[in-house]
Design a binder for this molecule. Structure first.
Ligand code: AMP
Ligand code: MG
Length: 431
């Protein structure tokens, strides 16, 4: 069995991955491609990561690649759901506070006691929550309904047959499927697998993502800023977004706008990555668009304009011997963020064999008017509150401060150039 260090279910050193061997069908086009066409071109080039058998603690957050069945019935033995006395219900049938039933107490069974016990007629056995029901008993009287006696017990109320008893198989039958392939191993599912007797499960590991910001203007947050420079925010944001989408993601230091340096910087990351993401350097053809220039030479990454705003310039392809998928996102932070949610998130879902990463959509009423360029779908930053959505006033793709106030993206279709307040729109709820 392959195992990984605790808590890093994506950090197995994995060999060559089974991916479609062809360059994705993302033709470079002068015309705009639709968001959907671009998404499906990406997905056609991405195969799920090979499964690995991981210890439960390491499988946390990963997606199951097998069904998990119950090794034994749950519960696997009849047991008490209360602290009290195992009895024959018939022996306490007439009990009341005025006329309690008195039973001799012949023993005590604690949780974990694996001995075989039998309850004789007219007697009681003290029993704890989770302890095996003695043979012959058909109910448990809660201790609160008794005088709590140890040699003898007075029972003040009758109980029905089966009362406070958890029967074999009451939760699941032996062999029953408890978790199906494709389920993400969240805390509840980890507990289910453990309860089903599983020490390890076969899962798709978390994709390993490396994020590189490019740009001569970028410096590290925490260092002094000289006019002309900005602090790199994209790599932190995109790595965090990738983690939110189930990946193990790391940023690396900023890559300068040096045409000769870009490819080596990317290639250096290939052994650590199931997916590479760059930001910046893919605009509409300036000589400083070094990412585009460097990758275009490879012939395995294609660049196109997508009919959306923000996020029009996009690049996607594969790089290196193992054909590691690479996204080249635009540099403006809002563009990079929206591009991630529209294109990278589905790709991460595909790598994980997951279907739980789609952003929820909801209809909402605009509280103010919005504008959108003709022929492009806008994803405007908004604040969703119940069934109303308020467009934020700062819609520039550099306006990270406004992005930080948004909890939703307002979708304005390609054919609309403006919508008035009161109109119903679809919104994407941000994670
Ligand atoms: P580019 O796509 O490289 O032309 O960059 C477009 C805009 O995004 C420019 O204003 C850049 O300064 C800005 N930008 C690029 N990369 C980053 C980054 N990592 N963090 C913040 N802003 C960035
Ligand atoms: Mg740049």
């Amino acid at each position: 069995m392959r195992t990984a260090p605790r808590g890093i279910c994506g950090s197995l050193l994995r060999g060559v991955q089974v991916r479609s061997g062809t360059t994705p069908e993302v033709a470079e086009a002068g015309s705009l491609s639709s968001v959907e066409a671009y998404q499906s071109a990406i997905l056609s080039a991405i195969a799920p990561l090979p499964p690995a058998n991981l210890e439960l603690a390491d499988a946390e957050g990963c997606v199951l690649a097998e069904d998990v069945t119950a090794a034994v019935a749950l519960p696997s033995f009849d047991n008490s759901s209360m602290d009290g006395y195992a009895v024959h219900a018939a022996d306490v049938a007439g009990a009341s506070a005025d006329a309690p039933a008195t039973l001799r107490v012949t023993g005590e069974i604690a949780a974990g006691d694996t001995g075989g016990y039998r309850l004789a007629a007219g007697t009681a056995i003290r029993i704890m929550t989770g302890a095996q029901l003695p043979a012959g008993a058909d109910a448990v009287v809660p201790v609160e309904w008794t005088d709590g006696g140890s040699a003898e017990v007075q029972v003040h109320r009758p109980v029905e047959q089966g009362s406070a008893v958890r029967y074999v198989g009451g939760d699941a039958a032996q062999g029953e499927t408890l978790l199906t392939a494709g389920t993400r191993m969240r805390p509840m599912q980890i507990a289910v697998a453990a309860s089903a007797g599983r020490k390890a499960v076969t899962v798709r590991p978390r994709p390993r993502v490396v994020v590189l910001s490019t740009g001569d203007e970028l410096t590290e947050p925490g260092t002094p800023l000289v006019p002309g420079q900005i602090w790199d925010s994209n790599s932190y944001m995109i790595a965090a977004a990738a983690r939110e989408a189930g990946a193990v993601a790391h940023r690396r230091s900023v890559v300068p706008d040096d045409p000769k340096g870009v490819l080596p910087a990317l290639e250096k990351q290939l052994t650590n990555a199931d997916l590479l993401i760059t930001t910046g350097g893919v605009s509409m053809g300036g000589e400083h668009d070094v990412v585009k220039a460097a990758l275009r030479e490879l012939g395995t990454v294609t660049f196109r304009k997508v009919a959306m705003q923000p996020g029009m310039p996009q690049g996607f392809g594969v790089i290196g011997q193992d054909k590691v998928p690479i996204f080249t996102l635009p540099g403006n932070p809002v563009s990079a963020y929206v591009s991630f949610q529209m294109f990278v998130r589905p790709a991460l879902a595909a790598l994980q064999g997951a279907d739980d990463l789609s952003l929820p959509t909801a209809p909402a009423t605009l509280t103010g008017p919005v504008r959108s360029p003709s022929g492009r779908r806008s994803y405007l930053r908004g604040v969703l509150d119940g069934t109303e959505v308020t467009p934020l006033s700062g819609q520039g793709s550099h306006q990270i401060a406004y992005l930080g106030r948004a909890n939703a993206l307002i979708i304005v279709p390609e054919w609309e150039t403006q919508l008035p307040a009161g109109e119903t729109v679809d919104v994407l709820v941000l994670p």
